[in-house]
Design a protein around this ligand. Structure first.
Ligand code: ATP
Ligand code: MG
Length: 416
């Protein structure tokens, strides 16, 4: 019998996993600087949370969720995105009772039943942030700045920021009727998905990937904004300009999820086949109240880490070394082997990245391992050295050899 991974899932193996560690540590480090704190919520929640929080008419909830019933007859769903769960936790743990804005971030797996292709998986990972408790446009700009900083600091080039305002519920209702009179005559020309979206959620039609060429003359939601929406949008743009963050306005940008208000944004980049969006987010002033909490406004984003890493590979970005060794220890003989077992333990305790042989191989094979593992030094212990309480230390780059006392190996390696 043999097993394969499920379609749309991945094994992240050594060699690749270091890239993940690097990207994740960058995300954490940047969040620390921006004073966002980590939150970890469950990978499954009650199905109802997503059906409410995400909105009934989005693709994610309609077609993409993994739903199941557990042995206690609970209806559960593997989280397809991070925001709803974080907001549930925010409400349940009464974080709104705290005096400051809640600035939270998460890194974790999301699950969507999608047709697998490059950059599209059924289990994938997102880095996301949520800032809850303020309507200040400075916070929208800060969240966009954080995402932009993340992409720049991991070393990606050519990431663009697109922003839009999707207004308030009232603004959208007014725009909706304008949009409908534009879309109705075109109904037959549009793709099947759009034909059904027209009736359920016409704004989403503008988001369609295949029908864009029909929308050149579509009305712009920006012309329907009321004064409050316009002011908010202007301030967000102003803050971004002040910070020197480049952005473009895309009035057709609507996020997949229905709970967004005011700011919507996406991070775009080329290099993942037909897909150009690497992350996105926006302001969601109605969401917390929608899931039964107090009326607290929020703004956040979710960035796809698979797509980030695919782009890093595509651009052949140099990443820091996360695998090399300080020293590879080689024992010649049984007595030396016993000493090496102790020494490798002591070196590791002293903070040194150390490795040894476990297969009783000849010295030459061990030297090759030291090379493969990019050891800075090899330390060779034979009977003579052992008798003197010494070891031969060889610097791999220069080939330079010297003898050092066993107790001084750690210091000798640290110094160089
Ligand atoms: P798309 O239009 O590509 O389907 P989306 O609008 O469904 O994206 P969001 O819900 O906004 O995506 O999720 C934010 C980010 O998460 C995306 O920009 C992408 O990088 C990543 N993402 C979403 N779905 C997947 C997936 N199935 N596989 C890998 N990454 C994904
Ligand atoms: Mg999608």
């Amino acid at each position: 019998m043999s097993f394969q991974r499920s379609p749309g899932t991945q094994d992240i193996l050594p060699g690749m996993v270091e890239k993940w560690q690097y990207v994740e540590s960058k995300a954490r480090e940047i969040c620390r600087r921006y004073n966002f704190r980590e939150i970890r919520t469950p990978m499954f929640e009650s199905t109802e949370l997503f059906h409410r929080g995400v909105g009934e008419t989005t693709d994610i909830v309609e077609k993409e969720t993994y739903n199941f019933i557990d042995r206690g007859d609970r209806k559960l769903t593997l989280r397809p995105e991070g925001t709803a769960g974080v907001m549930r936790a925010y409400v349940e743990n009464k974080l709104y009772g705290e005096p400051d804005v809640s600035k939270l971030y998460y890194i974790g797996s999301m699950f969507r039943y999608e047709r697998a292709q490059a950059g599209r998986y059924r289990q994938f990972n997102q880095f996301g942030v949520e800032a809850v408790g303020s309507v200040d446009p400075a916070l929208d700009a800060e969240v966009i700045a954080l995402g932009y900083t993340f992409y720049t600091e991991v070393g990606l080039k050519g990431v663009r920021v697109e922003i839009n305002s999707v207004g308030t519920t009232e603004v959208r209702a007014a725009f909706r009727s304008k949009l409908l009179s534009f879309l109705e005559p075109k109904r037959e020309l549009l793709c099947k998905d759009c034909q059904s979206r027209i009736d359920r959620n016409p704004l989403r039609v503008l988001d369609c990937k295949v029908d864009q060429h029909h929308f050149t003359d579509a009305p712009s939601i920006l012309d329907s904004l009321d004064e409050e929406c316009e002011q908010h949008f202007n301030k967000v743009k102003q803050h971004l300009t002040d910070m020197g963050i480049p952005f473009e306005i895309n009035h057709r940008l609507v996020r997949g999820l229905d709970y967004y208000t005011h700011t919507a944004f996406e991070f775009k980049a080329e290099g993942i086949g037909a897909i150009d969006t690497v992350g996105g987010g926006g302001r969601y002033n109605g969401l917390v109240a929608d899931i039964g909490g107090p009326d607290q406004p929020g703004v956040g984003f979710g960035l796809g880490l698979e797509r980030t890493i695919m782009l890093l590979e595509h651009q052949a970005t140099e990443l820091p070394d996360l695998t090399s060794l300080d020293v590879y220890l080689i024992a010649l003989g049984e007595a030396a082997d016993r000493e090496i077992t102790k020494l490798v333990y002591e070196l590791r305790s002293a903070g040194i990245r150390a490795e040894r042989d476990y297969q009783g191989r000849k010295m030459k094979a061990q030297m090759k391992s030291a090379d493969r593992m990019q050891a800075k030094y090899t330390a060779i212990l034979g009977d003579d050295e052992l008798a003197n309480g010494e070891i031969t230390l060889k610097e791999m780059a220069t080939g330079e050899q010297r003898t050092v006392k066993l107790q001084e190996v750690a210091a000798a390696i640290h110094v160089k």
